[in-house]
Design a protein around this ligand. Structure first.
Ligand SMILES: NC(=O)c1ccc[n+]([C@@H]2O[C@H](COP(=O)([O-])OP(=O)(O)OC[C@H]3O[C@@H](n4cnc5c(N)ncnc54)[C@H](OP(=O)(O)O)[C@@H]3O)[C@@H](O)[C@H]2O)c1
Length: 229
């Protein structure tokens, strides 16, 4: 399958590498490929600049958001949550129309420091905002409730743990579940929460996820819903 992963941070890189390892054709999307490749500094989490990662993944092309989205039969949104609508507008509605748009982003606002707040929250969610802005895309919110390392390698955590899916289109969700299974998720670990409105719940798990990260001192954990199978 041709996949576009929008986002050059650790999440986009990790998902893109996983998809490529599974035999998919993968393109990563960014605002300005030249500027992204020219960066030499580590990000705030200490991850190396994109170019250093790209040396080890030469088969994954870096393209502007619109070109990447046009390439992808399936599109993954792994952009900063507060910038997601800008990034998807740059990708272009026509390049997203009719496609499964997997949204793993969280709209975390760090402008007041730690812990971040959520915007939107309670009566809206980023997943819903994306679906409203791009009504012809089939938005499926998933994987946003865990670190990107767990997203693509659930077996790194012992025992059962869960991943949620939210979205309006049943066939799109079925395709996403197939992809999750190919990532190593047992189908019994996938909980379909219903329509895209249910993304409010998974996005609002982030305050407890961020708190747990601080207390545990690592990101190798996930939610297990006792009684869910
Ligand atoms: N870290 C995790 O394990 C984890 C887990 C679950 C969910 N998430 C979510 O996954 C997403 C990606 O996280 P990340 O840490 O990999 O990267 P990030 O730093 O949150 O986002 C980087 C991406 O956002 C784009 N971006 C930033 N500002 C922009 C703007 N003004 N307009 C358009 N695009 C803009 C960047 O574009 P350029 O490429 O042009 O710089 C880059 O591609 C976030 O929403 C995060 O909350 C993260």
């Amino acid at each position: 399958m041709r996949c576009a992963v929008l986002g050059t941070g650790i999440v986009g890189r990790t998902i893109a590498a996983k998809l490529a390892s599974l035999g998919h054709e993968v393109v990563i999307g960014t605002r300005d490929p030249e500027a992204t490749l020219a960066r030499t500094e580590r990000d705030v989490m200490g991850n190396p600049p994109f170019a250093a990662w790209h040396v080890d993944h030469p088969a994954i092309a870096l393209r502007a958001f619109a070109e990447a989205a046009a390439f992808g039969e399936t599109v993954v949104n792994a952009t900063a949550g507060l910038a997601t609508l800008d990034a998807l507008n740059a990708a272009g509605g026509a390049n997203l129309a009719g496609k499964v748009l997997i949204d793993v982003a969280n709209a975390l606002d760090f402008s007041q420091g730690m812990p971040p707040s959520l915007n939107p929250v309670n009566t809206d969610s980023l997943g819903e905002q994306i679906q409203r802005a791009f009504p012809d895309a089939k938005v499926v919110k998933t994987l946003n409730t865990m670190s990107c390392f767990v997203m693509v390698e659930p077996g790194r955590l012992a025992g059962a743990h869960h991943v949620f899916v939210s979205g309006e289109d049943a066939d799109a969700k079925r395709q996403v579940v197939e992809l999750l299974v190919s990532f190593g998720w047992p189908e019994s670990s996938v909980i379909d929460l219903g329509g895209i409105e249910s993304a409010r719940g998974t996005e609002m798990l982030l305050p407890i996820w961020v708190r747990l990260m601080g207390i545990l001192g690592h990101v190798d954990f996930n939610f297990h819903i006792q009684g869910a199978g």
